[in-house]
Design a protein around this ligand. Structure first.
Ligand code: XIL
Length: 346
């Protein structure tokens, strides 16, 4: 990954040292629960058979990594990285600064100075440990609020509350200083539908990114999570315009957490799977009409293990079906859509 990057070149999520052609296959990957790689052979096979990229569904979040202030538990990310290395995959890092998933002890961080110290110590320790081995980081996750008002677009978090929007500059600059070869990604969600809420989010996000670029903050790429609400139309034109603006600022695009939230979709699984595939396809094509994303990752690989029911379980009690493989690891129409979208172009 590091070889071949000339001075001043923007780090990219390359799978090999050769510069990928714009028609090359897009690497596909998934969020992984590392214990399942060991405990569930079918799961392991599904990951090995489909993924070129992995990202820990947890593991690098503060709550997992830092149960106590002076303790870092690297077991899960270390194991996932070893798995990736042993199988010719790359691992993405998720995430360094996020409002959620913070351990209780961080509530004692009350001053600007303490927040700055904690953020820098975290980045130095975590990014430093994986320097040159994790080629792409979600440095800041979900910074824009769910209903961004013009005068108050940022989501509340320990970082935003104590350091202001400047925390984004700080996190990116520090990560770049610790690992200058890594691709640094600003990751967010909620852009996809033809609703006022999504439009406001796109506007606020674009404004933030412009400000960051104006301040020369080393943001290299945008992560579009892609947790798509299944019952809503995809705003193809809106997404394409949004991606074109980002791309025009020299930013690469990654799809980082794709799944289709199906709690409000019809019960029938065949019908549901078709709608899920259709939403994923419209979303990917809206991006693909503007540029080839550098990666497509789904948030999980099989319906057997998904975060969706934590927040979006179905009223009829049927299991959710948000992912490319069903609970028995059979490919669903969504897998076909992803394969078609990511394959090399002749
Ligand atoms: C979720 C995980 O899937 C859950 O297992 C965990 O308990 C909470 O976080 N957006 C993100 C991810 O950026 O980190 C979230 O992951 C899902 C939404």
């Amino acid at each position: 990954m590091s070889a071949g990057l000339g001075a001043g070149a923007t780090p990219a999520l390359a799978l090999s040292k050769a510069k990928p052609s714009p028609r090359a296959a897009i690497p596909f990957g998934a969020a992984i629960r590392v214990d399942l790689l060991r405990d569930d052979l079918d799961y392991r096979r599904a990951v090995l058979g489909n993924c070129q990229l992995v990202v820990g569904e947890g593991g690098l979040k503060w709550i997992d990594l830092r149960p106590q202030e002076n303790q870092f538990v690297f077991d899960h990310p270390d194991r996932l990285l070893a798995f990736a290395d042993a199988n010719g995959m790359r691992m993405r890092g998720h995430t360094l600064a996020w409002y959620a998933g913070m351990p209780k002890w961080t509530e004692a961080i009350k001053t600007k100075k303490a927040a700055e110290h904690a953020l820098y110590e975290h980045i130095d320790t975590v990014v430093g440990r994986y320097k040159g081995r994790i080629p792409s980081w979600d440095v800041v996750n979900e910074a824009i609020s769910d209903n961004p008002a013009i005068e108050k677009p940022m989501r509340r978090s320990i970082w935003q509350d104590l350091l202001g929007t400047q925390h984004i500059d700080m996190a990116f600059r520090r990560t770049a200083a610790v690992d200058p070869q890594a691709q640094l990604v600003l990751n967010d969600f909620g852009f996809e539908n033809p609703t006022d809420q999504c439009r406001a989010k796109r506007t606020a996000f674009l404004r933030l990114v412009k400000e960051l670029k104006d301040r020369d903050v080393p943001v290299h790429a945008i992560g579009l999570q892609g947790h798509l609400p299944g019952e809503k139309e995809i705003d193809r034109d809106g997404i394409s315009r949004f991606v074109a603006e980002l791309h025009g600022m020299g930013l690469a695009i990654l799809v980082t957490e794709l799944d289709v939230i199906d709690d409000k979709l019809p019960a029938d699984s065949l019908v549901r799977d078709e709608i899920v595939a259709m939403r994923a396809e419209a979303f990917l094509q809206a991006i693909g009409d503007v540029c080839r994303p550098e990666a497509v990752l789904t948030w999980g690989i099989t319906d057997k293990f998904t975060w969706v029911p934590i927040w979006f379980s179905r009223k009829d009690g049927r299991p959710n079906r948000p992912l490319p493989l069903d609970a028995n690891y059979r490919p669903k129409p969504m897998m076909r859509v992803i394969n078609e979208f990511t394959r090399a172009r002749p």
